[in-house]
Structures are given as C-alpha cells and as structure tokens.
Write a protein that binds this ligand. Structure first.
Ligand code: ADP
Length: 357
C-alpha cells in the first residue's frame, strides 16, 4: 500500500514545492505492484458501468487508494457490549445517529438528525471505540483519520485528501467519518504563521462538512477531541451534538479489569479483589486500566524470571495466577493520566456546550 509523503527519507528536498509532492516510487518491480493495487482499488470504487462515480473522477487515484486502504475500515469490529459503562452516551447515540442511519425514511423533516457529532473528554475513555461501534451497529462503512496527520504527514496535500475522503465516503453510504483530534483542524487559535495550505485545508473541511449535512447524504461526521475548548463557534455549530465521554465509573473499571483478564483466561481474582482494585483506581481512564492490567499480568512471569528460570523453558502453566498483590505493585507503575484540574475543565465545557449537560 501507499506511504503518504512524510517528513524524513521520503520527504521532498528543501525548496521543493509543497503541494506538488509526488508519490515516493520504488524500483520498477515495486512500481508494477503499486500500479496493480491502484487498478484494483479503482475497480472497487467503480460503479456497475465500470466507470468511476462523477464525484471521484477528478481526484488523484493514489489519494483514493490511500483512503480506501488506510482510512476506510470495512469491519471495525467493535460492538456496544465491548464498551464499559457510558450507558447514557450509548443511549443518546443510538437515538441521535444510529436509528437515523438505519431508517433514513423515518428520520426526515422535523426528525432529521444533525450530521455532526462531537465526542469530547479525557484521552483513553472510549471515544474511538464509540465511533467504531456506531459504524458497526449502523452497518455503515467506517473511515477514521487523525486530523493531525492531515497537517503533519500530508503537508500541503491535506485539502486534496479531505476531498478524496468525503468523495469515497459518499460512494460508500451509509458512512461514518471519524476524525480524531479534530481540534487540530478546527482550532480557533490562529497560529502565527498559519500556512496558506492549512487555511485551505480548514476551509475545504468545513465545505465538505456542510455538504454531508445537506440533501440525502447518509454520512455522519464524528469528531473526537481531548481539547474541546480549542474549538471555535463555527466548529461547535457544525458539530451540533456534543457528548461528554467521562472517565469510567467504579463499575465500569471493574468491568474492564474482568473482561480483559477473562478474555485471556486469566481471571483468578475474587469479587472483593476486583472491588479493591477499583477503589484504588479512582481517576483512571479506560486505557489506564488496560495498562494496569497489562502491568499486573507481568507479575507472575517476572517472579519466575527472578527465581532464575530461563525464558525459553517457561511454560504458561508454570505461572501462578495473577493476584491482588500484582495489581498493588502495578499501581506504583501505572498512574492516572488525567489530572483533577483537567477534569474540571471538561465538566465546565460540558455545562456550557454539552448536549446532555
Ligand atoms: P479515546 O478515543 O477516548 O482516546 P479509545 O477509544 O481509543 O480512547 O480507548 C483506548 C483503549 O482504552 C481502548 O482500546 C480500550 O482498550 C480501552 N478503553 C477505554 N475506554 C473504554 C471503555 N469505556 N470500555 C472498554 N475499554 C475502554
């Protein structure tokens, strides 16, 4: 598959015109393989008549291929049941966006849904999982890209890639476009030397957003951010539903610990053990909990290594079950990644701009 033109070995030399970046081409053998995969991709995007849809005709094949291979995910494979807690958010999302995607005929006129959803809150709380689950539950094609990659990797080409992204999405409806770190694209801060290209990127993005909200397009745009306060009024207006995705509750943390261990057949803790782990992890995010479980699960292995056992001769059966003490030790290593101050900021913003505040 294609590698986007990144800084580094493949970057254009200093002074080369940004925006005229050509695809890095390998030796001729690679070239043939690349042309082959581009052709396959074009075939996949073509309509029944074998022609590319009008929307895609003027877009560069390599960008369409990048969208199809790297950004589009046919089966994100996350279901509501994989996400701990967040019951309220799940319920709202179901009514606000999943039902309308499943039954566009009912959700018209007064019932027409907003086409933009913002998920905001601390990092590692399940925003990306929710985006994937929405696509899964609504049987929609999922497109996922981090906004910062548009500005950093695709220097000068972000605008064209955005056009390709929305173009392919409109040929793959219903579609969910998930933009992580959306603040970096729609930030209200005018950076000092804001490049012409990043201004164009922002404008293009806003135009595409307006477009997917009009007519009968079945495209839902989901923006995720850890920095909602960076979004300006125009961005907030376009992301008309704004859901706070908070840190997991005590029960949700218990669910995460149990399900991660159970999945690997390693759940040997009692209910009381799990309860005391959750009492000790107030303020931990879902991904902090995942890291904690990872660290704790190393305990039994480390113990064998300390006893001088050789890694090549250890059988999984030699390891004792994971204990509460492993978690106590892991708590020293894995600290919560969100501070109480930051939490206060999310809560303030939720009160002011959130849809469910
Ligand atoms: P975000 O997009 O909010 O930064 P992610 O959705 O990428 O966070 O979550 C990162 C990882 O943390 C997930 O892959 C999952 O393992 C774990 N996680 C976070 N929140 C939850 C949750 N509510 N339920 C289950 N796992 C979670």
């Amino acid at each position: 598959s294609f590698i986007p033109p990144i800084r580094g070995a493949n970057a254009p030399s200093a002074g080369a015109a940004v925006g005229a970046v050509s695809m890095p081409r390998g030796p001729s053998a690679d070239n043939t393989a690349t042309e082959d995969s581009t052709r396959k991709c074009m075939e996949m995007l073509a309509g029944p008549d074998g022609e590319l849809p009008d929307k895609l005709k003027n877009l560069e094949p390599r960008l369409l291929e990048h969208v199809s291979n790297e950004i589009m995910d046919q089966d994100p494979n996350v279901r509501w049941d994989d996400i701990a807690g967040l019951e309220h958010a799940k319920k709202c999302v179901t009514e606000m966006v999943i039902y309308p995607l499943l039954r566009p005929d009912i959700f018209q006129g007064c019932r027409a849904p907003g086409k933009g959803l913002l998920l905001f809150g601390p990092p590692g709380t399940g925003k990306t999982m929710i985006g994937k689950a929405i696509a899964g539950e609504a049987k929609a094609t999922f497109f996922s890209i981090s906004a910062s990659s548009l500005t950093s990797k695709w220097i000068g080409e972000g605008e064209k890639l955005v056009r390709a992204l929305f173009g392919v999405a409109s040929c793959r409806q219903p579609a969910v476009i998930f933009i992580d770190e959306i603040d970096s694209l729609l930030s209200q801060r005018k950076s000092e030397g804001e490049h012409e290209s990043s201004r164009r990127l922002k404008t293009q993005f806003l135009i595409e957003m307006e477009g997917c909200g009009s007519g009968n397009e079945q495209i839902l745009l989901i923006g995720a951010t850890n920095r909602p306060q960076e979004l300006d009024e125009a961005a907030r207006r376009r992301l008309s539903k704004r859901l706070y995705i908070p840190l997991p509750s005590h029960e949700a943390r218990a669910w995460i610990v149990r399900s991660l261990l159970q999945r690997d057949g390693l759940l040997s803790l009692s209910d009381e053990d799990v309860d005391s782990i959750c009492t000790a992890t107030d303020g931990y995010s879902g991904s902090d909990m995942k890291n904690l479980v990872k660290e704790a699960s190393m305990g039994p292995l480390r113990e064998l290594l300390m006893q001088g056992k050789d890694i090549s001769s250890i059988s999984p059966h030699d390891m004792r079950p994971i204990s509460l003490q492993d978690f106590v030790n892991a708590l020293q290593q894995v600290r919560p990644s969100v501070s109480p101050d930051e939490l206060g900021m999310y809560e303030d913003w939720n009160r002011q701009f959130g849809s469910l505040a």
